[in-house]
Design a protein around this ligand. Structure first.
Ligand SMILES: Cc1ncc(COP(=O)(O)O)c(N)n1
Length: 409
């Protein structure tokens, strides 16, 4: 378990909220106590208010004993107390003298007497230089504990120094509020997972780079943008789980052009962010087959349909196309589904030639006419276009249920 003892930044770019976001990416159990309250946003720290030591201790007393303690913005004297309370824990102290926005939290002489109580001291090169300036010999004796994080020097890469070694990671351009907190809690998390300190540095630097690549154009470390990537795995699993059932229905559903089931994430913007079966579900010697499990690669009509439907109704994230039969449309109506007939003759010549925009046009038309998202949109074909029934819903399970009812009446 990692215990975080740090400051509370209500803007969540830095401090405890950032620590928790980062540690949850590693899936390690985390507890936290607020050592300092702050008034701040991504641009500026206005005020800090240390909490009474007695209050913090009351909270610590009822928590399990941690394997790793990550200390962030905290009264330096408190680190001595933590050492005594948790003699066997690894204490990782992210020594913060100044915020990236320039607010002076502590003076070097305030933290120096307590550095010896931690096992690892993380600081940027500016902070390191200030501490050396204040007491060179004291810091020299502590070199095997000190991890100097890059990013504040003008080098082209991030260079992290530890115990005479240098670790290099790609730099992401930009100024992000909370990088120190993110790196130090990732380092603490990897220690908790059993990594050697060197390995924890390499892994933490790679994780921070991945998060920062997603935080481009933002002012803070947006760990939540990496956190949402788990949904990719989740939707692939949901599609693959139901593939067998979709294949069983194949002889009743697969059109000449093949069938696909596309499933989007809440944040999907492009076809490559929509899960689908590349190569589609096709009929081969009377059996429905796929060439691949669900993945994000490949283009798909149904993926484009979902992306458009989602623009109007964000909860509509899944769609499939099945072959047209008059009785299927009748069944859908009988089942009480909202059914829209799409008239392909309304398409402009330009749209027909391109094909790209026709799915978008079709859904816009349906939504405009009905005022809500239909369950089914069908058309009876056009020159060179196979007649088709399209089924929409929240997820593959819902789509499968709808398709079953439509084909069996
Ligand atoms: C609660 C708290 N902890 C740490 C920092 C430093 O982060 P940064 O240097 O990015 O402002 C901060 N501003 N607030």
């Amino acid at each position: 378990m990692v215990l975080v003892v740090a400051g509370f930044d209500p803007s969540a770019g830095a401090g405890i909220l950032q620590d928790i976001k980062t540690l949850s990416l590693l899936g390690v159990q985390t507890c936290a106590v607020v050592a300092v309250e702050t008034v701040q946003n991504a641009e500026k720290v206005f005020q800090i208010k240390p909490r009474p030591v007695e209050d913090i201790c009351l909270e610590l007393d009822v928590l399990p004993t941690p394997r790793v303690v990550k200390v962030g913005l905290c009264q330096p004297t408190f680190v001595e107390l933590l050492r005594r309370k948790y003699p066997n824990a690894k204490i990782v102290w992210n020594v913060i003298l100044k915020s990236s926005s320039g607010f002076e939290f502590f003076k070097p002489q305030e933290v120096l007497p307590y550095l010896g109580f931690a096992d690892y001291l993380l600081m940027n090169s500016e902070e390191y230089d200030r501490l050396v300036e204040c007491n060179k010999s004291f810091l020299k004796n502590m070199m095997e504990k000190i991890i100097i994080t890059g990013g504040h020097r003008k080098e082209e890469k991030i260079i992290i120094e530890y115990n005479g070694e240098k670790f290099v990671e790609e730099k992401v351009e930009g100024k992000f509020h909370g990088t120190g907190c993110c790196f130090s809690s990732a380092f603490a998390g990897f220690l908790d997972l059993g990594y050697e300190p060197k390995e924890a540095i390499i892994a933490a630097a790679a994780l921070v780079r991945k998060i920062l690549e997603r935080s481009k154009n933002l002012k803070y470390v947006a760990s939540e943008l990496l956190a949402r990537e788990w949904q990719k795995y989740d939707i692939l699993e949901q599609l693959d789980e139901l593939l067998e059932e979709f294949l069983m229905l194949g002889p009743l559903t697969v059109p000449e052009v093949g069938q696909n089931v596309s499933f989007a994430l809440d944040w999907s913007k492009t076809e490559e962010e929509v899960a689908k079966f590349p190569g589609r579900i096709r009929m081969c010697l009377g059996k429905a087959v796929v060439v691949s499990k669900a993945c994000f690669k490949d283009k798909s009509h149904t993926a484009r349909m979902v992306l458009t439907a989602k623009k109007f109704f964000p909860h509509i994230k899944c769609a499939t196309n099945i072959k047209f039969k008059k009785e299927y449309v009748e069944n859908a109506i009988k089942q009480g589904y909202l059914v829209f007939k799409y008239d392909r003759s309304l398409e402009s010549e330009e749209l027909m030639k391109k094909d790209e925009g026709s799915m978008e046009f079709m859904i816009k038309l349906a939504v405009e006419k009905l005022g809500r998202m239909p369950d089914v949109i069908w058309d009876d074909g056009w020159y060179g276009k196979e007649a088709m029934i399209r089924v929409f819903g929240r997820n593959p399970k819902e789509i499968l249920e709808k398709v079953k009812k439509i084909v069996s009446g």
